[in-house]
Structures are given as C-alpha cells and as structure tokens.
Design a protein around this ligand. Sequence first.
Ligand SMILES: CC(=O)SCCNC(=O)CCNC(=O)[C@H](O)C(C)(C)COP(=O)(O)OP(=O)(O)OC[C@H]1O[C@@H](n2cnc3c(N)ncnc32)[C@H](O)[C@@H]1OP(=O)(O)O
Ligand SMILES: O=C([O-])CC(=O)C(=O)O
Length: 441
Amino acid sequence: MSYIKEKFKAKADELSAEVKDLLKNHGTKKVDDVTIAQVYQGMRGITGLVTETSLLDANEGIRFRGYSIPELREHLPKAPGGAEPLPEGLFYLMLIGELPTEADVQNLSSVLGRRSHVPNHVFDAIEALPVSTHPMTMFTVAVMALQTESVFAKAYADGMSKKDYWSYMYEDTLNLIARLPRVAAYIYRRKYKNGQHIQPDGMLDWAGNFAHMLGYDDEGFKELMRLYMVIHADHEGGNVSAHTTHLVGSALSDAYLSFAAGMNGLAGPLHGLANQEVIKWILSMREELGGGIPTKEQIAAYVKKTLSEGKVVPGYGHAVLRKTDPRFTAQMEFAKKHLPEDELVRIVWTVYETVPPILQDLGKVKNPWPNVDAHSGALLVHYGLVEYEFYTVLFGVSRALGVLASLCWDRALSLSLERPKSVTSEWMKLFVEGKVEAIAE
Ligand SMILES: CC(=O)SCCNC(=O)CCNC(=O)[C@H](O)C(C)(C)COP(=O)(O)OP(=O)(O)OC[C@H]1O[C@@H](n2cnc3c(N)ncnc32)[C@H](O)[C@@H]1OP(=O)(O)O
Ligand SMILES: O=C([O-])CC(=O)C(=O)O
C-alpha cells in the first residue's frame, strides 16, 4: 500500500472511532430546526451533511481543512520558479488533513502521471458526439465511458466486503483525477483545434501538464491553471456538484458514476456554467456599446436592462456567501500582478464597482457581491483560451479534487445511504392546520 493511502487509512480509522463515539453519546442532540420556507426554498441554512474537506463561512469564504485561500497560496508547495500553489498539494491536504511537504506533492504528481492512461474507447465515445455538442456534455459522456475502469465496481461485483469500500474508492479517485486532464484536453482540441491533440508531458505537474495538453505552454497560463485548479476545487458539501456526487455515491455508485452525476449539476447556469455566462454577458455588453471599456453609467444601464428582461446578473450573488468571494479576490490579485492593463479584466473590475449597489437596491438579493465566476473568464481570454463554452470543464476538472477526496471520506466513515423525507404540499397544508403531526424518526 502506498504511504499516502496508509496515512489516509490511519486518519480515517481515528476519525471513524471518534464519529462512532459522537453518535453513541450525542446522536440524539439536535443540530437544527427546519422551517417550511427552508423546505420549499432549497434547504438554505439547514445543517444536514458532513463534509471533511472544507468549510464555508458566509463572510470569510472557504477554508480547506482550516486554511483560507491566501494561506494556501502561502503554504502549499509551488512548481519550480512558480508562485501559485500546486493542486496536488491541496488534494493531499483535503484527503489527509495536513499540509503536504514538497516531497509529498512531487510523489503525488508522479503517481497521477503514472495513472493517467485513458483507454481508446473513451476517445471513441467523445468522437461519436457531434462537434457542436456542449463540452460539458462531452465531459460527462467521457467520464461515463471511463467507468469501465472502475475497480470499486469490479470489486463490488466480485463480492467485496464493506471494510474494503474505502480502499477501492481511493484507487478509483486517484485514477479518475489522473485521467481527467487528458480527457478534458482531448475535448478542447477536438472541438476547437481541428482534433490536433497534444501528448502529455510526464515531466510536468498535474495542472502544468493540463495547460500543456490544452495547447498553452506559456508559464503565465500554467500558473493560472495551478491557481484555478486550487480555488475551484471545493466549497463544502452542500453545493450542487458536491452534494450530487455525495448523494449518488451514497448508493455505492463508484467514483465515475458519482462524479459524472455531480458534473451534470455543475453544468447548470446557476452553478458552474455561470463562468461562461459571465464572459458571454460582458462580451455582449461590450459589443452593444461599441467596444472599449464601458463607463459605470453604461454598465449600470446594461445591468438594469438584464434585470428588466427577467434574467440574473451572472457571477453575482451566492446561496451562502454574504461578502465578496475570496476566490474572486485571489483572481483579482493574480490579474493585478500579471495582466493589470488587460481590457476585459478592467471591465470585470468596473462591473465589480457598479453591480453590488444595484442588486442591493432590489431589496431581495441576499448577496450582491461577486462570486468565483465573475472573474475567471477574463483571465482565460487573456491567455488565448477564448472558447468560453469550455470553461465549465476546467471548473469540473478542479472540482474533482474536492468531491472525490470527500467520496473517499464518505466510504471510510461508512456514511449511510442518503434518503431524506419528502412531503406533498397537501401534507404541508394539513400540517399548518394542525391536522397531521411532524414526522419523527
Ligand atoms: C460556483 C457557483 O456556483 S457560484 C454561483 C454562480 N451563479 C451565478 O453567478 C448566477 C447568478 N446568481 C444567482 O442566480 C443567485 O445569486 C444564486 C443562484 C447563486 C443564489 O441563489 P439564492 O440563494 O436563491 O439567492 P437569493 O436568496 O439572494 O435570491 C433572492 C432573489 O434574488 C435574485 N438574485 C440573486 N442573485 C441575483 C443576481 N445575480 N442577479 C439578479 N437577481 C439575483 C434571485 O433570483 C431571487 O429572485 P426571486 O425572488 O425573484 O426568485
Ligand atoms: O457553494 C455553492 O453553493 C456554489 C459555489 O460557490 C461552489 O460550489 O463553488
């Protein structure tokens, strides 16, 4: 067994014992009360899940095993000559719960490199789709095609014991994370670069090699990919992609089935697809206004037009956050350092100065501040990755790190099949009238 796997097992055994104790001694203690509004309105604020990898504070933003994004940028190992954290290091942190050493990260990079082979039938499955297919559809189809490689599914079919679930899930997780950059780059080159594919460079780190296979060997782009893969990786457990992966995994679906399900949620415009919607919105605003950097007044008028058409302003608002997303700030810092004069970036910053008061004035938007998606597109366009329909695939490759580390924990902690109770509106009306009782376990 590899030393990372052994370390994970030791940590998991320790926490499993603590959770067992928690359940035995405090299992009946209430963590929440639930209102009718919460039941109807997306279960906001209900504590109903356990996710070890990260925790979100509405005002401070995400912390991965206690580390904020600025702290990750400081403490995680970097590529030689680089300044941004390596995503392998974040994966290690989320899985093991401790900061990795340089050697841990190098080891993980080479482990992923060794596991990155993608069988031909996966490329054939992508090729079978029309080139016009959305890249996220190609991505989930490819992940489903890769499911033939699941060692968890094979072991289950062969009668694996419950105590081994975590081990096979760990193997599937590493294999899938290793393979995703190749799959995603294949989709990009097929759809946008006439199928001229680029072979992996085994000397590069996971994100650097991904940038290379996409066709962007600029060091600046590689650094952007490292940062991008770190900041999009996880956002505690209740977001649509993480929750879906966890839910599907709770049926003992393997990592491929569970992750593909999560990616179908990420492909929705209120979740991960918002990053393509942001740049699309900015580009059409710029075009409508005749090019250049629009003034705040022009942006305000465009925002009001968007709202009057019954649409949302993409990249703004959040189900949990109540301040500017630190992932937006990290990207803003990157842009200030590397591309402060870029026109699209300057538009993003002017939009940031203009949108929040307008949303605030609507009186109903709980968070008028930008989320992660408000900035990412402008950075990618700067380096030449202009095909914005592809952006959510980048998000998906990154999100694999968090949701799959969590899936390993789900199996290691023997978390149960997820199956909450639902009721009908008829039942709700009777409940309000006192004619039926709240349903107790
Ligand atoms: C990686 C991520 O997933 S980050 C989020 C990416 N998504 C986006 O950027 C899309 C734009 N934002 C939104 O649609 C929302 O803010 C969401 C989906 C992110 C959060 O939704 P909620 O938690 O329901 O937000 P909230 O409670 O503030 O919504 C209240 C009202 O304000 C509206 N609202 C919220 N954000 C916005 C916005 N950016 N533009 C216009 N209206 C908005 C909602 O549509 C809702 O209107 P309604 O009562 O007429 O239905
Ligand atoms: O937390 C959420 O609901 C959405 C989000 O920002 C993410 O998943 O990255």
